[in-house]
Structure formats: C-alpha cells, structure tokens
Design a protein around this ligand. Structure first.
Ligand code: SAM
Ligand code: DTB
Ligand code: SF4
Length: 331
C-alpha cells in the first residue's frame, strides 16, 4: 500500500496517535527518512504587513480588535519596507517569506493591489512567497497566483467540533472553501493548527484527520503551540506540554509523509533538546527571525547555533520544482 493516503479512518489515526511515545517517534522518524532529507529544515520568515484591529473573535489572537492586548494597529506597510525586510531574511538564510495581514478576508481594493505588488517583488527576489490574508475567493486566489504566490497559509486551527468554542465569526466550512479556492488556483496549501486551546486529544486527532483526508495533503502543515496572550480569552491556558507537541508532529508526519511539518509558534518556550525531539519526530520547517507576527521568536543567531549543533541545514528554495525538472526533464 502506498504511504501517501487520503483515506485514513479516525480509528487508524487513534491507533497511531495513542501508540507508546517512543514507538510513535521511531515510526515517524523512519517514514521521514524514507520520504525526505532529514538533515534539511526549511527556514521561513514571517512579516506582519498589516497588524491588529481585526474584526474576528479568534480567542487566541492578539490582533483581534475586541481584546485589549496592547498590540498597536498598523496600516498596510509600504512595498519598499516589505522588500527590504524580505532581503534581510534572505541574507540570513530564509528561503520562504510569508506576509500576514490581520484581515477577516481579502477585499478587492487598492490594498489588495498593493499586496499583489509585494508578492511580485518577493517572487522576483527568488524566494518562495507565501501570504496569510484571511478568506479568499477563487478569483482573488488566481490573482495572487498570477502575481507569483507560491503558498497560501490558512489554518483550520482545531477540530470541526471544537471550532465554535474558539471562533464564532466564521465557520469551519468557510475555511475549507478558501483552501479549495487556493488549490484551484494552483497555489500550494499551508494549513495546520494550534494546540493548547483547551481542546481534547480527540479534537487534535479530528483536526489531523481533516487535513490528512483532504483531496490532496497540504504541502505544509504548521503545528503551533498556543502563545497565551494577556487580554485574550485564552490568556490563562496552561503551557503546552512538549510531549503533546511531539505526539502531534509525529502523527502528522506519519499521516502525511511528504508534507513539510512546521514547528511553528511556541519555540521561545522550548529548549534546543525539546526542539531536537520535534525534528526527530518529523518536523522539517521552522519560522525564523526574532518575531513571528506580533510575538517573540528565537533570533537568527540562536537558530544558527541550533542548526550547527544538530547538524541541520536550510532547505533550498523551490526544491520541489528543481527536483522535478532534474528528474523528469533532465535540466
Ligand atoms: N487573519 C488571517 C487568518 O486568520 O487566517 C491571517 C493571520 S492569523 C494571525 C494566522 C494564524 O496564526 C492563525 O490561524 C493561528 O493559527 C495563528 N496564531 C494566531 N495567534 C496565535 C497564538 N497566540 N498562538 C499560536 N498561534 C497563533
Ligand atoms: C502559522 O501557522 N503560524 C504563524 C503563521 N502561520 C502565520 C503565525 C503565528 C502567530 C503567533 C502569534 C503572533 O506572533 O501574533
Ligand atoms: Fe483576525 Fe486572523 Fe487574528 Fe483571527 S487569527 S483575529 S482572523 S488576525
């Protein structure tokens, strides 16, 4: 049977997720070796190009206007500033640049035209360009694709069952519709979630089930640990246990062997040994740079030291296409 399957049952997922931890890590690490170069980690840099003042009620989010989190609202950044930041990230070794906006959805206005221009600019710099701008129509996804967008990030965040406890201003089906629009436009999909929202293990498995049974697996799956923010409804949630993070990453790796599994928010609270366990369990991508969107992240220097210590190297940009051209067309 092929390792790439879209027909996982919840029963099968429960069996994997609940396996003894070291067995689970071993299985995930073995599959990771079969499908990927385990020495490689993709280094992505995030930039919040429009910050705060968001109309949505996502219970975890520092950028929701309705919570008092101390995040300053900032209008859409200028293209020149964004490109300068992208160049800095590229010089520091990043191969993917992801621009985030605190929008419920994209609107067809001048701001969107400016984002399309930014996408063109970053693409011309030779980086994989990603955006996370909220909900998209098919037409907007196509416009982004035409501008050179490589990936679109749109997270499911949690299970369908738990979703209503976390967000009420849009539905799970809205999220799935945007993912479908992104696929139709030929842009790669980056879609994952957060642990530590007060969900059960069953919710975590449910979210992985939805991701792993999409018609095509997302090319990248970010696993975030909640960064608990003062002023949000989840401010007092307990810190995510590292073993829960490892279990989630290992299960994602087994269900979606070729996907980039990203160890995302929460790394400032993890030691190098804890992060090493996550890489062992199949994580092969991180966000680098001292800020995520609004919260702190380890510095480029700290991550460089970690890469040296663990013998990891940054993955080159557009590796999928380059491998395809080499193998199929002989370029
Ligand atoms: N507004 C757009 C949206 O919601 O799709 C894009 C930006 S939004 C900040 C991107 C993702 O960041 C969210 O879907 C969520 O998974 C993650 N995120 C936001 N706040 C977080 C937090 N406090 N801890 C962990 N992840 C968080
Ligand atoms: C994702 O899954 N995690 C990133 C990225 N996609 C956009 C965002 C994490 C945000 C953490 C909270 C903040 O810095 O505002
Ligand atoms: Fe807005 Fe996105 Fe934050 Fe939700 S996660 S409040 S949509 S910025």
């Amino acid at each position: 049977m092929s390792d790439i399957r879209n027909n996982w049952s919840l029963g099968e997922i429960r069996e994997i997720y609940n396996a003894p931890l070291l067995e689970l890590i071993y299985k995930a690490a073995s599959l990771h070796r079969q499908h990927n170069d385990t020495a490689e980690v993709q280094v992505c840099t995030l930039l919040s190009i429009k910050t705060g003042g968001c109309s949505e009620d996502c219970a975890y989010c520092p950028q929701a206007a309705r919570y008092n989190t101390g995040v300053d609202v900032q209008a859409l950044m200028k293209k020149e500033e964004v490109l300068a930041y992208a160049q800095k990230a590229k010089d520091a070794g990043s191969t993917r640049f992801c621009m985030g906006a605190a929008w419920r959805e994209v609107r067809d206005n001048r701001d969107f035209d400016r984002v399309l221009d930014m996408v063109k600019g970053v693409n011309e710099m030779g980086m994989e360009v990603c955006c996370t701008l909220g909900m998209l129509t098919e037409d907007q996804a196509q416009k982004l694709a035409d501008a050179g967008l490589y990936a679109y990030n749109h997270n499911l965040d949690t299970s369908k069952e738990h979703y209503g406890e976390i967000i009420t201003t849009r539905t799970y089906d809205d999220r799935l519709k945007t993912l479908d629009n992104v696929r139709k436009a030929g842009v790669t999909v980056c879609c994952g979630g957060i642990i530590g929202l007060g969900e059960t293990h069953e919710d975590r498995m449910g979210m992985l089930h939805t991701l792993a049974t999409l018609p095509e697996h997302p090319e990248s799956v970010p696993i975030n640990a909640l960064v608990a923010i003062k002023g949000t409804p989840l401010a007092d949630n307990p810190k995510v246990d590292i073993w829960d993070m490892v279990r989630m990453i290992a299960t994602a790796r087994i269900l979606m062997p070729k996907t980039m599994v990203r160890l995302s928010a929460g790394r400032t609270d993890m030691s190098v040994s804890e992060q090493a366990l996550c890489f062992m369990a199949g994580a092969n991508s991180i966000f680098a740079g001292d800020k995520l969107l609004t919260t702190p992240n380890p510095s480029f220097e700290e991550d460089n030291l970690m890469f040296q210590l663990l013998g990891l190297k940054p993955r080159m940009a557009f590796k999928e296409e380059k491998t395809y051209l080499r193998e199929m067309v002989g370029i």
